[in-house]
Design a protein around this ligand. Sequence first.
Ligand code: NAD
Length: 501
Amino acid sequence: MSMTKTISHWIGGAPHEGSPTHRIPVENPATGEVEGELLAASVADVDHAVKVAREAQKAWQKTSLAQRTAVMFRMRELVLANSDELARAIVAEHGKDYNDAVGEIQRGRETLDFACGINAALTGDHSVDVSTGVDIHSIRQPVGVVAGVCPFNFPVMVPMWMHPVAIATGNAFILKPATPTPTASLVVARLYKEAGLPDGVFNVVAGDVEVVTALIEHPGVDAISFVGSTPVARIVQEKGIASGKRVQALGGANNHAIVMPDCDLEFAAQHISAAAFGAAGERCMALPVVVAVGGVGPRLAELVKEHAVNIKVGNGMDEGVQMGPVISRAAKERIVGLIDDAEKRGATVVMDGRGQTVDGHADGFWLGPTILDDVSLDAPAYKQEIFGPALTVVHADSYAEAIEIVNASEFGNGAAIFTNDGGVARAFQLDVEAGMVGINVPIPTPVAYYSFGGWKGSLMGDTHIHGPEGVRFYTRLKAVTSRWPSESGAYAATMSFQREE
Ligand code: NAD
């Protein structure tokens, strides 16, 4: 008997099977087995979800801020209380280790914390007597229906960068999860219902390209939040703008850290190991590139290895495991191909994870931590987003040369520097072409009340995600100019009123 579960959608406050166009296998990357089948929504299913969301949004927009934030407070508690169920869903489909999955949920929950205080972010401006007896004030209103299209690597956190802010500001939301990791989104949908969110305000519609295209082209969708790879971010932004929608599209990354010779190399190595190999390198804020300045490369690579050899690779549900498999067999083959190519081009393989195996899981998509030193700047392993547990070390003679290398990258998500020189650190934060900068912090992911986003190929569109930029993206500004003519033209306080019984 097959153990395969069917994974569908959530529309109007209930599970919804609709009329699927096809079924997409969902694998457990640690076992290599297909454990679920995702129903790919049809254009008619998307249309149904948009109609339901539009209808629900009308009333939700008029629901008081006090009631809206009360839902967010309840949702925050429910996410905490159901963290184990969410984490298990993440591990089963993504493969990351359980503790990392719990950490992802905590980071996502921070955006719920921010949304609990959304009233503070929704205050407008007010000026009196801008002309005689004329006042002006501004209000921010929801855009309407927002579609969120998400990547596989953070099945809970990345959607949570979007929906708490979109919903708290009065929008309805349609989430399109990534096809390898859809289940956690359905748990979130159920929790929103338990939190008292009216049916239809949060919906999940699963599928692949056709579903995204249908959402982008649907006249009932007002804004698209996208997070994923750069080529797809470009497509989504171009199509979205052509359809007259607001779009924010966060793309891929190839984050660099400059390691200066004056820094504490032991400290840097410990943090670089965690940043390069955590979540098997499948983070847009992972650190796949180190630019070693002034000859520190070989020593640094050896020090990183001293930490990396202790990383326990295995099934994310097993005790003590710190790194799981990569997402798919195809991803493993792609990453191994990039490592092989870098080696052929002369890189030194300081640590080789290509032969990684895990007892009892012969068919998992395993790849161990890999360190490549003195990688050529022409090597695809350096230039492309590797999105796996491989650290490339490139060499530079000076800070000036290093910053040139960092800024020549097509991406500009995060960037970091390790140094004990405040002057160099200050220059770096001003010179570097990246949206999120770390000084002796290798993964400079901003807290939820700051916004998250990169520069260059890491972000299409104008606004970063969540925090204050999220509020701006999910709301439209309106300026109201008003005058209340009266016989005397005086202020109401100076006028006499006759009360009618
Ligand atoms: P992806 O671009 O392949 O897919 C992202 C989403 O787009 C999925 O929901 C997918 O179904 C959909 N999609 C795929 N092809 C499409 C197409 N041609 N037209 C329309 N929609 C399409 O990304 P992924 O492999 O799921 O995730 C990994 C990528 O996401 C990496 O590049 C990573 O850096 C990036 N990412 C970026 C951030 C960030 O904040 N900048 C955060 C997380 C992940």
